[in-house]
Every structure is written in C-alpha cells, then in structure tokens.
Write a new protein. Structure first.
Length: 456
C-alpha cells in the first residue's frame, strides 16, 4: 500500500482526526500536556501533536499527515529516550501494539512495540530462559532494543540489539513488512542501535537465552572500602568468565522524606552480580578477600525477582544523568574518582555505577550500529531532581564527573545512555554515521520520520 511522494506542506493536523481511529491530542486540547510529557519530566518536549495509533492503518495516516503538513513522525513508546527537539513532530505512542508470543522450544519471542519489559520477563518466568532486558520494568522492549540496550546480562548475552532476529517495520512509503538480515541487512544494521530513523517498528522477533541456573544479588560494603572493592573487581575483570556480570556502585542516598527509610541518608558501596550459573561466581572470592561485606545476598534468582529488587521508579519523575564508556580503569583513575566522589560538594550525586564490560560484548554475533566492542567499563552518574533543591549543584557534579573520566573515555557509547541533548556522534565512528545517514536517506528521502539523534 505505497503512499504518494511528499508534496509541499499545505494541510492542517486537524484533518488527522478524521483519518486516524486512535486518539489525537493537539496543543489546544485538554490532556495535551499530560500526553506529551516524557518519562523524564526534566525534559520539555512540545510536539505538534500526540498520537495513539490503534493499528498499522493509523500509522499510515500519521505518515500521510506528516507529508501534508511538513511535520515528522517521532515514535516514543513509553516516554523514555526523550529529547526536546520535537517541535513540529507528531509524537507517537505505541501502547496498542501489544503482541507478545513466546516460543520456549525455539527460544524466540515476538514482542510488539508497545510491550513493557515487565510483561516479557513475567512470561519467561519458570522457563529457564532470559532476555537481555534493562533494569526497569516499565521501559518498552522495542525502544530499549532499538537503542542498543545494555543490561547487567550484557557480558553474557551481548547488547540487547544483538538479540534481534527480525522486525516488522512500516516504511515511510507505507509498506509494512518483516525484515531480517537475509532480506535487508542495511535496515537490520541500522535498527540495532538507531532503529527509529529508518522506519516505524511495530514488532520485533528476538532470541532468548538459556539460563536455568541464574544466580544474582548484591554485596554491600562500607564506603571506606570503596578503593579496595573497585580494585578487586577491576583485577578480576581480566579473567572473569563470560557468564559473570558485575556492577559496582558508590551510593550517597539523600536524607529526604521520599527516600525509603532503610537507605535514607546512607553512604555505601554495593556490588550487583548476575551470573548465568553458580559456577561463574568464583571471582567473588577475591572480592571478599579484599573487603568484608556488611551485607551479602547472592543466590538463585530470576529476572522477575531482579527487576522487583532494582528500585527503579515506576512513575515518571525528573532526573539527570551522564554515562561514559571507558577503555580502562587504572589505579590513578580509581583514586581520582573516589577522592573526588568523597568531596562534600558531590553530595548531589545519588550514585556512580561502574559496569564491567567485555565478554560477549567483544564478540558481537550480528552486524549492528550500536557497539561496546573494545570498551572495558561503562560508568553512569545519577543526580536526582528533588522538590525544593536547586538544580545547579547536581549539574556541576555531573559535569565534573564527565571531565574527570574524559581522559579514559572510549569512542563508543550505547544510544540508550545518551543524555537528552546528545547526538549519535558520541556512539559511533564517522564512517558508521555516514553509513547510517545513507541508509536513512534511501529509506526516507523526504524526511517524514524524525531524525531522532542524528547529528545535523
């Protein structure tokens, strides 16, 4: 069902209401402000309209409207990955695309663009299979996977995008079809990290991984043991088995009434662990020898249990963060980071997390735009925005963290970790960006789809 070539902009988005069966909110409508809001309420986005399509025909109507009015179509399933650059865009929510099919025998799943991770991991519970999901239950699987998708299983499974076998995609000309590496390798390469710039994905087919002996949990250490803990994890990374996934976090929890009492006002180091099998946990012995945990809970687990324990927010809220992939983590960087972290002026930083990379990330099984191949660590800083608390100290702390880590930074970052104003040039080489731009230009020569984070 091809669509006509894009004519000069002449129409009005009011006409979209007649051609679109799902709800449409325009700026003058009641409910527009609520519907345009992203998950991160610190990002201000003001699209030309917010659409809730019911099916592929509704999506085609959005493409027609974009052609007629000069708008672009920007898909943001559950509000994650927000950007302020949505002026003139039809912001598209995909909740109605809720298909979920699991074939445990074939170890595959088909996931609609509006399905959150909670539904997927609950469907897998008890099957002995896992999926490379993020820590949040409410993030849609499609948005996460199409942005690259790094998780605490990535050393074992690779980036989430590596699990993509096929996709159902609506092209800008109105064609809706299933594509895979055999039928359209360029589109699959682009969708594994920058999927939204080449078409509207309605469903994904992905691999599931066997992990019948999944174990996981956390070890908590005194803040003073931070240097010893981080050095021990760094040293073990050299020979860590592919089945072991580790993240170290330096936590300074604010003494605020909205924070759970058990951690309110506390400072500590934590080590989160997920292993595909208990035999992969031997590396933790060196960690215990370096420092004594004040609390340890590591044992048989499931993705459902791990997600419930993650303490990820399940309602939209304002937040700020930064992420950097590192080529290495030497003693000088560790000392500088933890000394800087201990300064009173860094109190706005709730946490600094450092994830061990390598393993499957260094041996991608499928061609992809998104990659962490060759990077050794992934660092993340989080500075929450609390009511009545000035934003400037947190902004300064995040900028300081970026500056401190820049000398050790890798040239790669997963798109899902980009800050709201950042572009894909932080994630790829100039050659890969040129290839992505060429694929997009061929797929969408009239620019109907939003360019997302492509550098201008």
């Amino acid at each position: 069902m091809p669509l006509p070539q894009r004519p000069p902009a002449t129409g009005s988005l009011e006409a979209l209401r007649r051609a679109h069966r799902g709800a449409i909110a325009l700026p003058e409508d009641d409910g527009y402000d609520e519907q345009r809001a992203p998950w991160n309420l610190a990002v201000e986005q003001r699209p030309a309209a917010v659409a809730h399509p019911r099916d592929v025909d509704d999506l085609r109507a959005l493409l027609v409207a974009a052609r007629d009015t000069g708008a672009t179509v920007a898909v943001q399933p559950c509000g994650h990955g927000a950007t302020a650059a949505l002026d003139g865009a039809i912001l598209t929510r995909m909740a109605a695309f809720d298909r979920l099919e699991v074939d445990a025998r074939a170890r595959t799943a088909t996931i609609g663009a509006g399905v959150p991770w909670a539904r997927v991991i609950e469907a897998l519970d008890g099957t002995g299979l896992v999926v490379p999901s993020g820590s949040s239950r409410v993030v849609t699987a499609a948005g996460y996977l199409l942005g690259g998708g790094h998780s605490l299983l990535s050393r074992s499974t690779g980036l989430g995008a590596q699990s993509l076998r096929a996709a159902w995609i609506l092209r800008p000309d109105g064609t809706h079809e299933r594509v895979d590496d055999a039928s359209d390798p360029d589109t699959m390469w682009a969708m594994r990290g920058a999927g939204g710039v080449v078409g509207i994905v309605t469903a994904l087919e992905l691999d599931l991984r066997p992990a019948p002996g999944l174990v996981g949990g956390s070890m908590v250490f005194a803040e003073a043991d931070g240097p010893a803990v981080l050095r021990a994890v760094r040293d073990e990374a050299v020979d860590a088995p592919r089945g072991l996934n580790v993240a170290v976090s330096s936590m300074r929890v604010p003494d605020a009434p909205m924070v759970p009492e058990a951690v309110r006002g506390k400072r500590f180091m934590s080590v989160d662990v997920i292993a595909m099998d208990a035999s992969d946990l031997g590396a933790l012995d060196a960690l215990r020898a370096a420092a004594t945990p004040v609390q340890e809970r590591v044992g048989p687990t499931s993705q459902v249990v791990l997600a419930a324990a993650s303490m990820e927010p399940e309602e939209p809220s304002p937040s700020r963060g930064t992420a950097t992939a590192l080529d290495g983590l030497d003693d000088a960087t560790i000392d500088a980071l933890l000394t800087w972290r201990a300064l009173p002026e860094q109190a706005p930083l709730l946490g600094i997390a450092i994830r061990m990379l390598g393993g499957a990330l260094d041996a991608p099984s499928r061609p992809a735009f998104a990659s962490l191949e060759g990077a050794a660590w992934l660092t993340m800083g989080l500075a929450p925005l609390l009511p009545g608390v000035p934003a400037e100290p947190g902004d300064a702390s995040l900028a300081g963290l970026d500056a401190l880590l820049r000398p050790a930074a890798s040239t790669r970052l997963v798109p899902t970790f980009l800050s709201p104003g950042a572009t894909l040039d932080a994630c790829a080489s100039p050659a890969d960006l040129a290839r992505l731009r060429a694929i997009r230009d061929a797929a969408d020569p009239h620019g109907v789809l939003h360019e997302w984070r492509l550098p201008r």
